[in-house]
Design a protein. Structure first.
Length: 364
């Protein structure tokens, strides 16, 4: 919506991972190097962990996009709380095998035959498991058993496990000792520092076609870092809201108070209650969750009003109503801006068609 206002050709701070906006921080480059190292080893497991929104999936997608499809067969699956047998079926299905109404033994034989066939054709088989912290202990053991498949002296399958920080704790449990022995490299992606946060924002704006607009002051960059804790997805959330705020306010230059106002709104919508200016609105223990009603700028008023507002005192009710009023005003501004853009497009379209109509009349 606001791209044209800032002279951008694309939305710079979308929440969905996009390899075209990849920013190589020191830690991201290190993680990418581990993935490449694993490619050359052709055995064992590579483990990459990081907070929600740290950029793990973006790195993996970038690696997959760079692979030569003629030489590599890659299967990418997102783990859920499934038992070992269902996880095995998911692996088979990710490689394009039929697994429905097939016994576990037949799935294993089909998978081994597929891996041998691909290896015989000079291809390498990769398995990428995202959200690995959701794997059960038996599912992890099943994946370890798959690493036993060999063709001569070469492993048939190379696996990458991508998960949140708790996956590191899971791997440290005593019953994971055999699995840990198969891990050839492990890397954790931490948050960006202040300088990297600024470079990250500038990089994404440049990728979106920015030629100098918007202008963000050094103090505003510091405030964005405090509000996001240096987590890329949270940075995107704050910056996206900041650009929307500027679009609705007619501003193309931002300073610290602008960021604090936006961060305060996000925090109130997400956490509720009172906030103080200048505090860190996004502590690592309470990550901002995109996709929730609060993340979309909404106030949750679903259900029976008596239940929703039960137990709230007068001050809390006032805060809830104030947040709801701000959300409605923001929605009204967005609708008004959208209507204005549509009216301008209609007017431009009429101007373009009028010369053509005059030309047709003169020809007649």
């Amino acid at each position: 919506m606001y791209e044209a206002f800032y002279g951008l050709t694309n939305k710079p701070f979308q929440l969905n991972p996009d390899p075209t906006f990849y920013f190589g921080s020191k830690q991201h480059k290190r993680a990418a190097a581990y993935l490449e190292y694993g490619m050359h080893q052709n055995e064992g497991f590579i483990v990459i962990t990081g907070e929600v929104g740290a950029g793990k999936t973006t790195i993996v997608r970038g690696m997959l996009d760079a692979l030569d499809q003629k030489k590599v067969v890659a299967a990418h699956l997102v783990s859920t709380q499934l038992d070992a047998d269902d996880t095995l079926r998911l692996v088979g299905a990710a490689f394009g095998l039929r697994t429905k109404d097939v016994s576990k033994a037949d799935v294993l034989m089909s998978l081994e035959a597929f891996l041998i066939s691909a290896t015989g054709k000079g291809k390498r088989c990769l398995l990428i498991v995202d959200e690995a912290q959701n794997l059960t202990a038996r599912a992890v053991e099943e994946l370890r058993m798959l690493s036993n498949f060999q063709f001569g002296n070469h492993a048939l399958l190379q696996s990458y496990l991508i998960g949140q920080p708790e996956f590191r704790q899971i791997l440290q449990s005593p019953h994971m000792m055999q699995f840990r022995q198969r891990v050839i490299a492990a890397c954790h992606i931490g948050p960006l520092d202040v300088e990297e946060t600024r470079a990250y924002i500038e990089h994404r704006l440049k990728c979106a076609g920015s030629t100098g607009s918007p202008v963000i002051s050094p103090a505003a960059y510091e405030a964005i870092f405090k509000a996001s804790s240096g987590i890329p997805r949270r940075i995107n959330s704050v910056c996206d809201r900041l650009l929307l705020f500027g679009f609705l306010s007619g501003k193309k230059q931002f300073d610290e108070p602008d960021v604090e106002e936006v961060a305060r709104e996000i925090h109130e919508e997400t956490m509720g209650g009172n906030t103080q200016i200048g505090v860190n609105y996004a502590p690592a223990a309470s990550p901002y969750q995109p996709g929730s009603p609060q993340a979309l700028g909404e106030t949750d008023i679903s259900g029976d009003p008596a239940t929703v507002f039960a137990g709230l005192n007068v001050q809390q009710l006032g805060e809830r109503l104030a947040r709801l009023e701000r959300s409605l005003l923001q929605l009204e501004k967005i609708n008004s801006a959208t209507l204005g853009l549509l009216q301008q497009l209609v007017a431009d379209g009429r101007q373009l068609t009028q010369p053509a109509q005059k030309s047709e009349k003169s020809d007649a």
